[in-house]
Ligand binder design. Structure first.
Ligand code: ATP
Ligand code: MG
Length: 354
């Protein structure tokens, strides 16, 4: 234990090292290693069953790990019970105590830590002010809306000034509009209190909006860690490229030196890295000019998305490319059946080996 601790990075608020979690024949986490910086907002993003909740549960102490190490501020926590780990938690189902009023709900973690009732309620009121519900202390949970309950749950999670705040799909139960409003609030709250957040979602837009860094997971493994921009612009694998946003993924079918032949599209002058099997092209970087060209296509679909219009075009060589354009005032939109040509800029292509 001591020996393992010595190798753990200093400066990181949370370090996961080589976590493995097995349930019977299911491997929930495998070689899960990660460093979370102090004050960082880090999001675990991945499909259902990819191990996101398991990673939080291991950190919170709800499960005993099969193997691996976790440290907070350089201190191994495996031997510490949940309540000694100084971690706040918010989950999808608000889990407020129905028989306690809002203020007592928020004060609960302080009371558990031996803070006298009066002082606890005072600090709870300050947390309630932070989440902008100053007048709601006397209400019972059933008298609150979903968004209000979630803000109370947030206040309860931060009232004891935890070192790390874990949030597992905290906005999952809210409708889209409220979810977007709450995303901005969560970000503001976090800036105000400055604590380290590990956030879980399978909503990619939410991850891009909130995070300093995103960890893309699949099948219990970390696939890529990076800023939202890195993950979006420079995915390392096909899975990451397809998981976040819309992407055109085209098999690379060799070609002469200095040239990439994109299957179903045509040849593009590009320096192709060794081992490249796929070319990924974001719809918003792809340009289409009316008329004919070496890479020509026919518009097959026009989808109006408000500020942008998304098009699908079938290339003469067979592939369908999706591209989007900002809506022009006066509208120079392409109609279904129109002919377009793609001048593909090699700088916009992300080549992927797997
Ligand atoms: N207590 C358990 N017993 C058996 N298997 C479990 C247990 N907890 C999780 N698993 C399995 O471990 C894997 C990872 O589960 P986990 O809950 O971490 O996924 P997740 O990424 O949080 O998914 P979701 O997005 O659906 O919440 C899944 O295959 C799940 O079925
Ligand atoms: Mg989960």
């Amino acid at each position: 234990m001591q020996q393992a601790a010595q190798g753990l990075a200093k400066g990181a608020a949370v370090v996961f090292r080589g976590l493995r979690q097995v349930y019977g024949t299911t491997v929930a986490l495998e070689e899960f290693s990660l460093e979370v910086g102090a004050g960082e907002f880090l999001t675990l993003l991945g499909p259902s069953g990819s191990g996101k909740t398991t990673a939080l549960n291991a950190l919170a102490g709800f499960i005993e790990m099969t193997s691996g190490h976790i440290a907070i501020d350089g201190v191994p926590i495996s031997a510490l019970p949940t309540e000694k780990r100084n971690i706040g938690m918010v989950f999808q189902n608000y889990s407020l105590f129905p028989h306690l009023d809002v203020l007592d709900n928020i004060a609960f973690p302080l009371r558990m830590r031996g803070v006298p009732r009066r002082a606890a309620r005072e600090r709870a009121q300050a947390a309630l002010d932070l989440v902008r519900l100053p007048e709601y202390g006397r209400r019972m949970p059933h008298q609150l809306s979903g968004g209000q309950k979630q803000r109370v749950a947030f206040a309860r999670a931060i009232v004891f000034e935890p070192r790390v705040l874990l949030m597992d799909e905290p906005l999952g139960a809210l409708d889209l509009k409220l979810r977007e409003a709450m995303q901005l609030e969560i970000k503001q709250f976090q800036r105000q209190i400055g604590c380290t957040v590990i956030y879980v979602t399978h909503d990619q837009g939410e991850a891009l909006t909130l995070s300093d860094r995103i960890v893309v997971m699949d099948k219990g493994r970390v696939l890529q860690v990076g800023t939202p921009k890195e993950i979006y612009d420079r995915p390392h694998t096909r899975f990451v490229a397809e998981f976040i946003g819309v992407n055109n993924l085209l098999p690379v079918a060799g070609g002469a030196a200095g040239e990439a032949v994109l299957e179903g599209v045509g040849a593009v002058a590009a320096a192709v890295p060794a081992g490249a099997r796929w070319a990924a092209l974001r719809p918003e970087v792809l340009r289409a000019a009316p008329g004919e060209g070496p890479i020509a296509a026919t518009i097959t679909d026009v989808i109006f998305l408000g500020d942008v219009v998304r098009y699908a075009a079938r290339c003469d060589r067979g592939a369908t490319l999706v591209f989007s354009q900002r809506r022009e005032p006066g509208g120079s939109a392409h109609a279904i059946g129109a002919r377009v040509a793609f001048p593909i800029d090699p700088a916009d292509i992300v080549f992927l080996a797997e």
